[in-house]
Write a protein that binds this ligand. Structure first.
Ligand code: CDP
Length: 211
């Protein structure tokens, strides 16, 4: 079973994907972390995330352990991620890694749930189930603000809102794999839903006969 979960920043993809992975015993891949790790490496090297030569080299050098480093959830890594993610050659390098994960999930799992921006449209267009989560920019910025505060990180609401809007614009307007729902995706507005309600709605879509 392959489940694709797409949507903009802080739309609730991560929480839902974790719960779906536990519920159906699937391997989970947060594909945003891949782009964040590439962006973070370039920032560490004081290089330009928009330079295709630099970004492709960083993408090629990526290994699985890079996804576990600290600091990837910071908004500056998210912004660098959205810059490298706009480069078609970077996406091409990272595509095989994501498809391999879906085709051969690790740890003997019988399927995978992947979350990102283009899972249902490009990475796994044949996924059995496709969800596209959305929510207003204000709601998403407030979620990210609370998440950062809970982790004791510096959080300024107005800055988070600005950064999220900047990423939304870049992710939706790029020519390579822009952020958009697959034509066969179940689109869910999570603005007024808590995490339990989002999970229940996802289960109803995946298993309509059980609801
Ligand atoms: O967690 P959040 O939703 O804020 O972002 P993320 O999923 O970690 O993704 C960070 C950035 O990576 C996004 O803004 C996208 O530009 C890029 N990305 C992408 O282009 N394609 C994916 N499949 C996943 C992430």
């Amino acid at each position: 079973m392959i489940i694709a979960v797409d949507g903009p920043a802080a739309s609730g993809k991560g929480t839902l994907t974790e719960r779906l992975a536990a519920h159906f015993d699937l391997a989970r891949l947060d594909t945003g972390l891949i782009y964040r790790a590439v962006g973070a490496k370039i920032l560490r090297d004081n290089d330009n995330p928009e330079d295709p030569v630099v970004a492709v080299a960083a993408a090629r050098a990526l290994c699985f352990t890079d996804l576990k480093q600290d600091g990837l959830r910071l908004e500056e890594a998210g912004l660098a991620a959205s810059r490298v993610a706009a480069l078609p050659d970077v996406r091409a390098v990272l595509l095989a890694f994501q498809r391999d994960f879906a085709a051969c999930p690790p740890n003997g799992k019988m399927g995978a749930v992947l979350d990102g921006r283009d899972i249902g449209t490009v990475v796994c267009p044949d996924a059995h189930h496709k969800l596209f989560l959305m929510a207003s920019a204000d709601v998403r910025a407030m979620r990210r603000y609370k998440e950062l505060q809970a982790r004791g990180a510096e959080a300024i609401y107005a800055r988070i809102l600005r950064d999220i809007k900047e990423r939304d614009t870049r992710d939706m307007s790029r020519s390579a794999a822009p952020l958009e729902p697959a034509t066969d995706a179940f689109v869910l507005d999570t603005s007024d839903l808590d995490t339990d309600e989002v999970f229940s709605a996802a289960l109803r879509y995946i298993n309509p006969q059980n609801s």
